[in-house]
Write a protein of this length. Structure first.
Length: 165
């Protein structure tokens, strides 16, 4: 694909807390680059406390900015397939997982489909999302809340630990 074919910009958050976490994130980045589009930026890795179900190992999370020719729903389907390829099995909501790939923003659009909500509806409440995104897109304006990622990070009510590695 030539650079002129990448017409969309997507912000993803990848994470996992099972197995070789760093290897799983590297595999996700590689597969996203091969199948979804060009990876433009990657945040540092962040070790974060589990959210929702707390009796599980800590997560590693990373934010990505990608350029893609895929539309938002096709990108969602692509990332779900990448999760399956890496070994993700969906068992418990907010439970432990090998890999998770969340679509946070897409071209500054607001999308509300049964299986896809953009911007991610709870991203502004989660430090584990905002920390990595603040690394790569601090001045990105949330299209609904009309605050930058940095402003959301600064005002986030979540107090769970987020440690840059």
């Amino acid at each position: 694909m030539g650079p002129d074919l990448y017409m969309n910009t997507a912000i993803l958050l990848i994470g996992g807390n099972l197995g070789d976490r760093e290897h799983n994130l590297r595999s996700a980045v590689q597969l996203i680059g091969e199948r979804a589009g060009r990876v433009i930026q990657q945040s540092a890795l962040y070790q974060t406390a589990p959210w929702g179900v707390e009796d599980q190992p800590d997560y590693l999370n990373q934010g990505l900015e990608i350029a893609t020719a895929l539309d938002a729903h096709s990108l969602l389907l692509c990332t779900l397939e990448i999760e399956r390829n890496i070994g993700r099995v969906r068992q418990q909501k907010w439970g432990s997982r090998v890999i998770d790939i969340d679509l946070i923003f897409f071209n500054g659009e607001t999308i509300s489909l049964p299986d896809l909500k953009i911007p991610h509806p709870r991203m502004h409440l989660r430090r584990f999302v905002l920390g990595p995104l603040n690394d790569i897109i601090p001045n990105y304006m949330h299209p609904v809340m009309h605050q930058t990622v940095h402003q959301l990070w600064e005002s986030c009510p979540d107090d769970s630990p987020v440690h840059k590695l």
